[in-house]
Design a protein around this ligand. Structure first.
Ligand SMILES: C[S@@+](CC[C@H](N)C(=O)[O-])C[C@H]1O[C@@H](n2cnc3c(N)ncnc32)[C@H](O)[C@@H]1O
Length: 280
């Protein structure tokens, strides 16, 4: 197995999800996450909380948020779901609905590991595209495993944007929009220019760098202005906000309100966005 630094991050996120069943209130149920947890990744999760205590809580919020994105979208008629850079996401198993097909895209080593773990436990990997999605033709590759480019589609792009080379993101999103007429793509992101790293508060930079160190990967990309997706690609920003704000809806508003003021300021930098392909 040759899983690189970015692939390792999938184990860390699965480890955080695996701890959810012991929490009260639990924000979601991911009974299979523990299959993809290990001591090294659990150590990284602990390190995240040492560097900036709300870090793993924000991963919990984002999991719940992307679940909600899928549940609402499927109720509104989406027929396909793509887990893009899905890592050890098990939503294809536990959010499955009749009439909705799930697809996964990730690096070969990550998906082969996942497939082997599932096979040992009598489960099947959903139809998948193996490879670097910035390099391969994603719509065409998915079509080969049963994806219908014409069917209404939801794409979850969770825990990915920050790891990607910034100059490749708009071309990638333009290629998707050119081949798939009707879809929404939801992602999390940092709302700062991570090339320039001009933080108003130096504490924010220290925290971000601590998170990079714990994850064992760097974050070259943030989006200070979501307008780029409307100006330079055919999308409309359908939703956006900070994860911390979702605390109230998720029953943890008091916990977030009790965070020190400067933690709450830092948390304004970690956000979600849903882009809808214009004309969809
Ligand atoms: C932080 S993990 C998140 C995994 C999953 N979405 C989640 O939230 O649990 C990032 C995942 O994206 C995958 N990834 C990042 N960039 C990729 C690329 N260019 N091509 C394919 N996979 C990529 C990594 O291999 C890894 O599995």
């Amino acid at each position: 197995m040759d899983i690189n630094e970015v692939g390792f991050t999938a184990f860390v996120i699965a480890s955080i999800r695996a701890l959810e069943q012991d929490r009260s209130p639990a924000l979601f149920s991911d009974p299979h996450a523990a299959w993809f947890s290990n001591d090294r990744a659990l150590g990284a999760a602990r390190q995240l909380d040492q560097v900036f205590p709300p870090s793993t809580t924000m991963v919990r919020f984002r999991t719940r948020y992307f679940n909600r994105f899928l549940e609402r979208g499927m109720a509104e008629g989406a027929r396909q779901v793509v887990l893009l850079g899905g890592g050890f996401d098990m939503r294809a198993h536990h959010l499955a609905r009749p009439g909705v097909s799930f697809f996964e895209v990730d690096q070969r080593a990550v998906l082969e590991f996942k497939q082997a773990v599932l096979a040992e436990r009598g489960h099947r990997q959903p139809p998948s595209l193996y490879g670097n999605y910035l390099e391969v033709d994603v719509p065409h590759g998915l079509a080969k495993v049963g994806f219908d480019p014409e069917a209404p589609t939801l794409i979850v792009w969770e825990g990915n944007t920050m790891y990607l080379p910034p100059e490749l993101i708009l071309p990638f999103l333009n290629r998707l929009a050119g081949a798939i007429p009707s879809f929404r793509i939801a992602f999390d992101y940092f709302s700062v220019d991570l090339q320039k790293r001009e933080f108003e508060n130096p504490e924010d930079m220290r925290r971000l760098e601590g998170v990079e160190k714990a994850m064992g990967a760097s974050f070259p990309t943030g989006f200070p202005d979501l307008g780029i997706f409307e100006e330079h690609a055919p999308y409309r920003v359908a939703e956006s906000g900070t994860f911390a704000e979702l605390g109230v809806e998720f029953g943890l508003g008091e916990m977030v309100a009790a965070y020190p003021e400067d933690w709450r300021e830092t948390l304004k930098l970690y956000r979600y966005c849903v882009l809808e392909r214009r004309g969809a």
